[in-house]
Design a protein around this ligand. Structure first.
Ligand code: C2E
Ligand code: MG
Ligand code: MG
Length: 705
């Protein structure tokens, strides 16, 4: 290393020289000594400088500075530096340096003029690598840009506040929330936008901010136009050391969410269709009412109300009419109940009412009667007028019962009321509990019966009075219960209709009846049709035609040997009935109206439907000999069918007199105990065989295989 000294403090001691060399070598930044006089060249470089530039020291020394600077540093520039140095100005430059491998990097250059021992002026050049610093500056700028776009485009309101809580800067979303732009907001306190009713809570929520504690809370701001905007606010103090220099607030507009929450809260407590409280609200209020009544020495009662035959209304007129009816019934009931009472919609066509503050049972019954009376005026659904009756189950709170138990009891009483028939009121008593337990068992048994093939068919002959021959058989389902023995359909069909078991039961009956009849035909028994009862659920199945077609296909029974029995009530939906009956007609199966006379069918429509046969209900036949009304009805029905070109059969014929009456009135077909009750397959086969033999004898040969 050459010997050199600063110009002004020329050292004359060797120790000082060594200190200088050491300092030069250990300087934290690259240092170069450049000959100040022309031709400029590098005289010395410390190891950091060598490393930075990628040269050996021996290579670097003697190079012209031109080699280690970027093209933007000219000879002239170097001269300018020198000139400045001579005038004792110590300039700082940002240069681009060039390493041996050609890489360029920014440096900050500090120059000083020093003199060597020989007196030759040198430029002491300190170069600080700026690469990292520039990168940092760049990324700072970048993140500022990021921040700006985040700030401006954030869907949430973002704003800066001074320590006094006044707006300093606000983004667009914030401006939108309060309806004022940034300049207008500047200097306004946030609290001046908070709705009056929210001020105390909001003040409370921000009280700790000046101490540096962030806070999140819901509040309501006022838009410039006066509308309320629900927001969720998250406020964070900006700290510098211990002092709080201001705040940032992020403000989310939750008006929509709040509205949705209110809506779902509403839905959680109210029935959407009727606007009545729902079961949940009913239960909560009932708990409160019971507690109040108990301490006041009064009674509380719950009534469950079910619209009779509602399913039929729904099925026949459509759901819109069903809904309309429910709304109208709700509205009438609402007018019967007192201030402390509550009417709720339980589900479907079931309502729940509780009466509170009752003095006794008489009070309660009066209220219930009032409800029944409001239904006496018919309801108008579009062009139809409808009489509605209800079944009511009532339970009065016992001292040790809670609301749930009371509701459960009302439910039990209601199912008893429904079982007793339409239009009945049933007050709960403790015996009922065991009955509904029975019902539960029944349900699980029915399930087992379906799986365990406990169902079977009995057949009842239909006879032509004139010839005494069987002209058909009706298939009637039976349940062979492992303990209870043979259970008649009246004991499980209505129940199965209610809870959906009728679907699979009905399918099985249809298939089995067709299969059996086909087997009889194949075995040479007389070819007569089998009648199968359809439940209203089956009749409403949209693919009934295909199902029946499939069964005929699977069993091979000819369509003309299947007759389907429907009831009048199923024909109420005229459009559905017409198109379905036409489809069935096309398929080739026959259709009869069962239990005719007990329903409300319109003769006008009956005439339009392609119906083959009416079955006069046994309730008329039973009393034809004693009740002139029934006799007249039966005679009229028979006459009518003749005019309408339909066949007619009388059900439940038990006596010879009945048979004679019918014959006299020109009804030739009968079904009843007089000839035979429903019988199992084997007995039916005996009857069929007898008939086949008689026919064969008449023809003089055997028809049986
Ligand atoms: P239904 O279709 O009117 O059947 C005639 C009912 O009258 C049968 O009762 C039969 O045993 C009874 N009966 C026949 N002759 C006489 C008589 O001379 N006097 C009296 N008092 N009764 C007589 P069952 O078998 O108990 O069936 C009752 C009802 O159950 C049937 O009335 C029908 O509506 C329904 N049902 C029977 N089987 C089925 C089925 O497979 N599917 C559906 N959906 N319903 C069925
Ligand atoms: Mg029948
Ligand atoms: Mg019948």
């Amino acid at each position: 290393m050459g010997k050199w000294f600063t110009k002004r403090r020329r050292p004359n001691a060797a120790g000082r020289h060594e200190v200088f060399v050491e300092w030069f070598e250990q300087a934290p930044d690259p240092v170069l000594l450049i000959q100040a006089e022309y031709p400029h060249r590098i005289v010395e470089a410390n190891s950091i400088a060598c490393r930075l530039l990628g040269y050996e020291r021996s290579e670097l020394v003697k190079l012209s500075p031109r080699h280690i600077v970027g093209d933007n540093v000219s000879e002239r520039e170097l001269r300018r530096i020198l000139y400045q140095l001579l005038r004792n100005i110590k300039p700082t430059y940002i240069w681009t340096m060039r390493a041996k491998d050609g890489a360029l990097f920014p440096v900050e250059i500090n120059c000083r003029l020093v003199g060597s021992e020989t007196g030759m002026p040198l430029i002491f050049t300190e170069a600080r690598d700026l690469t990292d610093k520039l990168k940092m500056a760049e990324s700072l700028e970048e993140s500022e840009q990021h921040f700006d776009s985040l700030f401006e485009h954030s869907p949430n309101g973002v704003a800066f506040f001074d320590p006094a809580g006044k707006f300093v800067r606000a983004n667009r979303a914030m401006s939108r929330i309060v309806g004022r732009d940034g300049p207008e907001l500047a200097g306004m306190p946030l609290l001046s936008f908070v709705a009056d009713d929210q001020l105390p809570a909001t003040r409370h929520n921000v009280r700790r901010l000046p101490e540096g504690e962030p806070s999140s809370f819901d509040t309501t701001l006022l838009h410039k136009q006066g509308s309320r905007v629900d927001v969720h606010l998250h406020a964070v103090p900006i700290r510098k050391g211990k002092a709080v220099k201001g705040y940032i607030a992020i403000c989310q507009d939750v008006t929509e969410r709040k509205r949705a929450e209110e809506q779902s809260r509403y839905l959680a407590y109210f029935d959407e269709r009727t606007g009545l409280p729902n079961r949940r609200m009913f239960r909560e209020r009932l708990y409160a009412a019971m507690a109040a009544d108990r301490s006041a020495g009064k009674q509380t009662a719950v009534a469950y109300v079910d619209i009779d035959r509602f399913k039929l209304v729904n099925d026949s007129f459509g759901h819109d009419y069903g809904d309309m009816l429910i709304a109208q019934v709700a509205e009438r009931f609402q007018r019967c109940i007192g201030e402390g009472d509550l009417l709720a919609r339980k589900e479907g066509d079931e309502f729940a009412v509780f009466f509170s503050g009752l003095a006794g049972t008489a009070d309660l019954m009066q209220l219930v009667q009032k409800m029944e009376q409001t239904l006496e005026t018919p309801f108008t659904l579009g062009e139809f007028e409808l009489h509605v009756t209800v079944s009511i189950g009532i339970a009065i709170a016992a001292s040790d019962e809670d609301a749930d138990a009371l509701m459960k009891n009302a439910g039990i009483a209601l199912s008893r009321a429904k079982e007793r028939g339409k239009n009945s009121v049933q007050l709960f008593n403790a015996d009922m509990k065991s009955v509904s337990l029975q019902k539960l068992t029944f349900e699980s048994e029915l399930r087992k019966a379906l799986a365990g093939e406990q169902f079977l068919l009995y057949y009842q002959p239909q006879i032509d009075i004139d010839t005494g021959k069987m002209i058909g058989v009706e298939a009637l389902v039976r349940w062979r219960h492992p303990e209870r023995g043979m259970v008649p359909p009246s004991e499980f069909i209505p129940f199965a209709e209610e809870n959906g078991f009728i679907g699979p039961i009905g399918e099985w009956v249809l298939y089995e009846a067709c299969r059996q009849n086909k087997e009889w035909h194949d075995r040479g028994y007389p070819r007569i049709p089998v009648s199968v009862n359809l439940s209203s659920r089956q009749f409403l199945q949209h693919n009934l035609k295909h199902r029946i077609g499939n069964v005929l296909l699977q069993t091979g029974l000819e369509a003309q040997y299947l007759e389907l029995e429907i009831t009048e009530s199923m024909t109420m939906d005229v459009e559905h009935t017409s198109s379905l009956l036409l489809d069935l007609k096309r398929l080739g199966v026959k259709v009869s109206i069962d239990d005719f006379g007990t329903g409300y069918s319109s003769l006008y429509y009956l005439k339009m439907f392609p119906i083959d046969r009416l079955k006069i209900d046994q309730s008329f036949v039973r009393d034809i000999m004693t009740d002139p009304n029934d006799a007249a009805i039966v005679a009229t029905i028979i006459a009518m069918t003749r005019h309408m070109n339909m066949k007619v059969i009388a059900e439940g014929v038990e006596t010879h007199e009945q048979l004679q009456f019918l014959h006299h009135n020109r009804c030739n077909e009968v079904q009843g105990y007089w000839f035979s009750p429903p019988v199992p397959v084997e007995r039916m086969e005996e009857l069929l065989l007898k008939q086949a033999q008689a026919a064969a004898a008449a023809e003089g040969g055997s028809a049986l295989h």
